[in-house]
Write a protein that binds this ligand. Structure first.
Ligand SMILES: C[S@@+](CC[C@H](N)C(=O)[O-])C[C@H]1O[C@@H](n2cnc3c(N)ncnc32)[C@H](O)[C@@H]1O
Length: 185
């Protein structure tokens, strides 16, 4: 509980970067990780690790030979996660989601994102979505949590199959599940 309060203070202090004042809850963690395939040898990318709540949920779902690459722009959050999550499957990258192509090329099974998309410029939003689509395998899914349904249309304009789930809690969370499905010739 004390740790949760400390995290809430740190998120609030950095509100323009985090876009949140509290950590995500268990329902969000369960829903946002629900499209991760039930297999081993997966490559998972996370955008917006924060203090690593969702990161831990991802790690608890995947097998011993899978890998997670977590992108986070705020260095103190990276340092916090490095200190508190000891897991060889996790690589923390102190850089923005928009630079994912610098680190990974196509072969990603799932992208789990809690970046504050609403705060970004139109250019940044488009760059992130195009890069995310580009690195996903066919049938791979990007799952994004947001406090609004407003951006769903933007995701639908890039991805092939999109579904939205609402978590009726306070605050109300919207999880977008957006799948890439390239057509075979
Ligand atoms: C809502 S918080 C993360 C919540 C966290 N995943 C959890 O489990 O509670 C959003 C995070 O995205 C990070 N962020 C903001 N812009 C980003 C970007 N362009 N790329 C990667 N991370 C970003 C913020 O620093 C913040 O830590």
């Amino acid at each position: 509980m004390f740790q949760k309060i400390k995290t809430a203070i740190k998120y609030t202090r950095n509100i323009f970067v985090t876009g949140a004042i509290v950590e995500t809850n268990k329902q969000v963690e369960d829903e946002i990780t629900s499209r991760i395939p039930n297999e081993d040898n997966l490559v998972i990318v996370e955008f917006g690790m924060g203090h690593g709540n969702i990161t831990k949920a991802i790690l608890s779902k995947i097998g011993p030979n899978s890998k997670v690459y977590s992108f986070e722009v705020h260095k103190p959050f990276c340092e916090h996660a490095e200190k508190h999550i000891a897991d060889k499957r996790l690589t923390i990258i102190n850089d923005g989601a928009e630079n994912v192509n610098k680190y990974l090329s196509e072969d990603v099974d799932s992208i789990i994102s809690s970046i504050p998309f609403s705060f970004f410029s139109e250019e940044l939003k488009s760059n992130i979505l195009k890069s995310a689509y580009g690195i996903l395998k066919n049938k791979g899914c990007m799952s994004q949590v947001l406090l609004s349904a407003f951006h769903f249309r933007k995701y639908k304009s890039v991805f092939d199959n999109c579904k939205r789930r609402k978590i009726l809690n306070f605050p109300i969370y919207h999880i977008y599940h957006c799948q890439k499905e390239t057509k075979e010739n």
